[in-house]
Design a protein around this ligand. Structure first.
Ligand code: FE2
Length: 334
């Protein structure tokens, strides 16, 4: 196919004036991938001076994740797409890599023939950095809450951390995305938050609990829900914790939910929670160990626990994909 090349002059003062007024990086690329024009925003982002960029191939000075693939914007525009907008990392010849929002538009001659592509790259580095700071701060707050619960109730020390670890492994086995796994990890890290309203005398009691004491303990998922429900997390944290003692057959508490009415996150948390509770405590004997936990899961698979979650948990434990580590606590609540 006979194609036109970019017809604008590289030193056209009108074009340059327009380009320099744009704070984003602008690069005009010919159909043969030759860079024809760049603006000061391009140099600011890439560190590559205009004189070193013009005339080079775009993938030599400013490559992206799609370079040399069928997803390359030039290839897609060549196939008739008029404009593309996507998020991606841009790698500069200077070694710097920048996350950006990229808009690639067809550049045509007055007669409509494809002449090349105009790429505008908005540098998202500051946004990504502040998002990362926010994410770390949120993780820190969750961690602080977790430690607060464990300080007040030493019997749960380590329990939430081990449950978090197991939840992450099960989520990996079930194909959870990184983001969804983050939400589950945070819920697991504070799943016993509601114990803050359970009197210490009950938490620390070594003998058998009365009906009334058990009723108080059974309120802890609801208490956590009340504390968390108005925080606008990007994950269903409050609901996951609210439901972590629900069972598939409706025999759980506090709402008596059944089957798929229970969030998958909560079904995973329920399994991880009970495994750690069995591994670490029996009122009449010391820690029962992972074999006893797996036997319990197998016995209650489908009645109490989600079958797919039980299978995933069994797999990660038997294949040694997760090591719960030392377990010394004697948590009677789970
Ligand atoms: Fe619990």
């Amino acid at each position: 196919m006979n194609r036109a090349t970019f017809s604008g002059r590289n030193d056209d003062p009108d074009i340059l004036q327009v380009l320099e007024a744009i704070p984003d990086a602008v690069v005009v690329i010919d159909t043969d991938f030759t860079v024809r024009l760049v603006n000061a925003g391009f140099t600011a982002l890439t560190g590559v001076p205009r004189t070193q960029a013009i005339g080079k191939k775009c993938y030599e000075v400013f490559s992206g994740d799609m370079c040399r693939t069928s997803a390359c914007p030039m290839n897609r525009i060549d196939k008739g797409v008029e404009q593309l907008r996507y998020e991606g990392d841009k790698h500069c010849a200077c070694g710097r890599s920048a996350p950006g929002i990229i808009t690639a538009s067809a550049y045509r001659t007055p007669s409509g023939e494809l002449s090349g592509v105009i790429e505008i790259v908005s540098d998202m580095t500051p946004l990504y950095e502040s998002r990362e700071r926010f994410r770390k701060a949120m993780g820190g707050v969750i961690q602080a809450m977790s430690l607060t619960i464990e300080k007040r109730d030493p019997y749960t020390a380590g329990h939430q951390r081990r449950v978090t670890k197991l939840c992450r492994a099960i989520a990996g086995e079930l194909g959870f995305s990184w983001d969804r796994t983050q939400g589950l990890r945070m819920a697991a890290a504070i799943h016993d938050l509601g114990k803050v309203l359970v009197p210490a005398a009950i938490l620390n009691k070594t003998g058998e609990l009365s009906e009334q004491e058990m009723a108080i303990i059974r309120e802890h998922p609801r208490t956590a829900y009340e504390i968390l429900k108005n925080i606008d997390f990007p994950w269903p944290l409050a609901q996951t914790i609210y439901q972590h003692h629900e069972r598939m057959d409706g025999s759980g508490y506090p709402q008596g939910l059944k089957g798929e009415a229970i969030l998958l996150e909560a079904r995973i948390l329920a399994v991880a929670d009970v495994v750690d509770a069995i591994c670490c405590f029996r009122p009449y004997r010391p820690a029962a160990g992972p074999e006893a936990a797996l036997a319990e899961l197998s016995a209650l698979r489908e009645t109490c626990y989600d079958a797919a979650v039980v299978d995933a948990c069994t797999k990660v434990l038997t294949e040694g994909k997760v090591n719960l580590g030392a377990c010394r606590n004697k948590n009677p609540i789970g």
